[in-house]
Each structure stands twice: as structure tokens, then as C-alpha cells.
Design a protein around this ligand. Structure first.
Ligand SMILES: [Cu+2]
Length: 131
């Protein structure tokens, strides 16, 4: 049997174990996909060429007009699921707008690609102003 240089190996196993443990903890703590749900404060939604609304979840003050712009190569729409189900069709390059007068969470999707294209508009406020 041989001796395996005990001096240079001293302390290494525990150090390596600590590094592995820290790496495992870091991976556990930094889940990449879960923290993406908070709405973005904007009134403009883009439709890039990938069948989606960007950002998909937005927040606006009540009374704000939201503009969706279709930058994809296909016709899409905004179907206002919580606002009467109206469908606003956008050909490539076109925009549609809608003014949200009711506070709350409003869901919409693309009526042509409802499985892939969904979004929400969180409408805030409204208690302070009259009219
Ligand atoms: Cu679509």
C-alpha cells in the first residue's frame, strides 16, 4: 500500500464538503423561474415575434389607457376576458388600446392563441377621485 501525501490532503475533505454544501444551498435559494410574476408598471404591451405579451403582467392606475402593439408576423388579438369578452384584432404592425375604468385584476388573452398568449392588467386605485 502507498501513502497518499497526508499533509497536502489534510483539511481538504471538509473544505470541499463545505463548498459543495454552499453550492447546494445557493442553487436551492436561487430558483430562477418562480419570482417572475410581479406586474410591471407600464401601459404599453409589446407582442414580439414569439407569440407572447411582453410584459405579460402589468399594473396601471385606474383610468389608464393600455396600448398593445403587434410586432409579430402574425395576426393576434386582445380578448378582454374580464371586460365583456371583446376581441380587439391586431394585424402585424397594428396597435389596439383599451381604457381600464374598474379597479382589480383583469385577465386577457389572444383569442387565436389562447393557450400560449395570456396576460393580466392589475388596475389600482380609484377610491380618491370622483367622476
Ligand atoms: Cu395570438
Amino acid at each position: 500500500m502507498r501513502l497518499l501525501r497526508p499533509r497536502s490532503l489534510r483539511g481538504l475533505p471538509s473544505a470541499a464538503g463545505a463548498v459543495l454544501l454552499l453550492a447546494a444551498l445557493a442553487l436551492t435559494a436561487c430558483g430562477p423561474s418562480a419570482a417572475d410574476a410581479s406586474p410591471v408598471a407600464t401601459s404599453k404591451v409589446d407582442l414580439p415575434p414569439s407569440y407572447k405579451f411582453v410584459p405579460a403582467n402589468i399594473t396601471i392606475p385606474v383610468g389608464t389607457t393600455v396600448t398593445w402593439t403587434n410586432n409579430d408576423n402574425f395576426t393576434h388579438s386582445v380578448r378582454l376576458l374580464d371586460d365583456g369578452g371583446d376581441v380587439m384584432v391586431m394585424k402585424p404592425g397594428e396597435s389596439v388600446t383599451y381604457t381600464f375604468d374598474k379597479p382589480g385584476l383583469h385577465h386577457y388573452d389572444c383569442s387565436f392563441h389562447a393557450q400560449n398568449m395570456k396576460g393580466t392588467v392589475l388596475v389600482t386605485g380609484g377610491a380618491g377621485s370622483s367622476g
